[in-house]
Ligand binder design. Sequence first.
Ligand code: FAD
Length: 290
Amino acid sequence: MGEPHVLIIGAGVTGLAIAHGLQQAGIKYSIFERKEPGQLRSKEWTMGIHWGLPLLEGLLPAQIAVRIATDGAVDPSLKYDEPPNNGAYIFDGVSGDILKDLNVSGRIVRVSRQKLRALCSEGINVHWGHALLSVECDDHSNSVTAAFSDGQSYTGTVLVGCDGPRSAVRNHLFMPDRSAATARPMEGIVTTSMCVTYADPNVATFVRSKTHPVWCIAISPVMFHFMSIQDVPDPERPETWRFFFFNSWLGEKPHDTSGSAARSVLLERAENLAEVREPLVMSSGLSRKA
Ligand SMILES: Cc1cc2nc3c(=O)[nH]c(=O)nc-3n(C[C@H](O)[C@H](O)[C@H](O)COP(=O)(O)OP(=O)(O)OC[C@H]3O[C@@H](n4cnc5c(N)ncnc54)[C@H](O)[C@@H]3O)c2cc1C
């Protein structure tokens, strides 16, 4: 095969950033995503981008890179190169005291996974609804052929797997022993995550002002708690703010993981949290035990 042609599997931020980089370098590529565009809003969380920021910016065209801290950021109204926005607090979850003020130098932009993905997809022609099924390498012609769920197949010179934790590309690399490639769930750790919007603007303002404008961690003997602002559509209207919570602890996954059962487990774990943490639990639609 003559001209290089890169096949990118997965249109998450990684695949899209690589596509932009190749496009800028004038290298031919095709990018495939198993989902349809409308299915991408399922999982949301936040990511802090620090030392990797210049690298990401370097892959993207200038007019997109310059919008990471606005269109990609959790709160576009913040400046991410000065304290406290480029840092975070670690709280003692029981006393509410700040154990550590994470004072980081430089710029850290906290982005929404969905917003950054939408930004990075601009100008990229994704083949949606293409789930990779198998990969065939031909050493003779130095080519690789990817076959997809819709019956189509594409041939290129290089295939890049950006298809996440349950990677079909990794499965192929480990063939025939697929079990070595299978992502194994962590044993003995329970994790929960959720996004919350407070109907009462006073609660939203209270939570954010008592914790951190961007993100913080609280540690108690029974729970690790992470929170960040997820989205600020209107800085003047706290009832529009969205928060992200991630909680984890050592133990076995509860048998019943339905909404109400999970909430009561979480409430029990949060029983001794300091006052500044309390609204986080209350506001997620939970009420304390009598
Ligand atoms: C709670 C949480 C907090 C995090 N915080 C940070 C942070 O602060 N900083 C940081 O840098 N990182 C953070 N991360 C990690 C970061 O989110 C991931 O590394 C990043 O989102 C991975 O992006 P990706 O594009 O590689 O994969 P993904 O976003 O998983 O995208 C993979 C894509 O491949 C597609 N796909 C899968 N299988 C196939 C197939 N067979 N065929 C075609 N397409 C397929 C999927 O549908 C998906 O769209 C965090 C992660 C979590 C869960």
